[in-house]
Ligand binder design. Structure first.
Ligand SMILES: Nc1ncnc2c1ncn2[C@@H]1O[C@H](COP(=O)(O)OP(=O)(O)O)[C@@H](O)[C@H]1O
Ligand SMILES: [Mg+2]
Length: 262
């Protein structure tokens, strides 16, 4: 199975059903290293289902998911996270009673080595690891411009800030690719602009490719390198944003339609 040049994550001919609903009908997707790949389409098109197949929460009935050329179809979501597939979910996933910094530190759990025994007895390598995580958390806090908010309880924060903390938690898992389901839904234009800038920086500074579902076409056209359009569980178009914006079937199916409800 030859891998396309520079492909880091690939879905091949995924089919997924829920009862009578065919959520995915032979869907294929190739995410290139170092790219921002947007997934668009009307509500119910299968966008979240596809992301869930990539991160292991859903198991396709047929087809394959490949990460760095290896079939990862049998791997659980935590195992995929350890491999480097990071993700954020629709809505808020942070712990509201914890501070921004504490929430980000929870992201390091998947990388902890040594288990309970060394944690209890605070063995030297555990202490070194803790120091490294603390340092890395500070880097993430600085990167996401959360310095002023690091000790604030997340439950008291605005939606935009909480989503930023959630992104910090995902970055703490040391991802090789980041999957984000509607990260900008419910955000003000200013918050969207901030998050778009962080997503570009994640690609440019960390070299981490990002796959995201987004409804705001201005944002999609601004930041993405590649766009895949889903409709009724099928890919109807795939290509650079300029080509997608001029694609007749896309215009009919999606761009011409009324703005979908968030
Ligand atoms: N866990 C599930 N159980 C039953 N049906 C589901 C489930 N997840 C998704 N679906 C169905 O699959 C279709 C695609 O949904 P989804 O992937 O959430 O679309 P999108 O994210 O594009 O709005 C919809 O008809 C939805 O109702
Ligand atoms: Mg969805």
């Amino acid at each position: 199975m030859a891998l396309g040049a520079g492909t880091i994550l690939e879905a091949r001919d995924l089919c997924l059903r829920f009862g009578a609903v065919e959520a995915l009908k032979s869907v294929s997707l190739s995410v290139h290293a170092g790219s921002i790949h947007a997934l668009i389409g009307p509500n119910g098109a299968g966008k979240s289902s596809l992301l869930n197949c990539l991160s292991g929460f859903y198991h396709p009935w047929s087809g394959a998911v490949l990460f760095q050329g290896k079939d990862i179809g049998a791997k659980s979501p935590p195992a995929r996270s350890v491999l480097g597939i990071g993700r954020t979910f629709q809505g808020i996933q942070t712990y509201p009673s914890m501070t921004a910094r504490e929430n980000i530190l929870t992201g390091f759990h998947s990388q902890m080595r040594g288990g309970v025994f060394s944690a209890l007895f605070r063995l030297p390598h555990t202490l070194r690891q803790e120091e490294a995580f603390t340092e890395r958390a500070e880097e993430i806090i600085a990167f996401l411009e959360l310095e002023q908010d690091r000790h604030r309880t997340v439950g008291d924060m605005s939606y935009g800030l909480r989503k930023r903390v959630d992104l910090g938690r995902a970055l703490a898992t040391d991802p090789k690719i980041l999957i984000m389901d509607e990260p900008m839904a419910g955000m003000s234009p200013e918050e969207k602009g901030d998050l778009a800038r962080f997503i570009l920086d994640i690609r440019d500074h960390f070299g981490i490719p990002v796959v995201l579902v987004e409804h705001d076409m201005d944002v999609v056209m601004d930041i993405s390198d590649q766009v895949t359009v889903l409709e009724f569980g099928k890919v109807i178009a795939d290509g650079p944003p300029e080509a997608i914006a001029n694609d007749e079937s896309v215009i009919t199916a999606y761009l011409g339609a009324a703005e979908p409800a968030a």
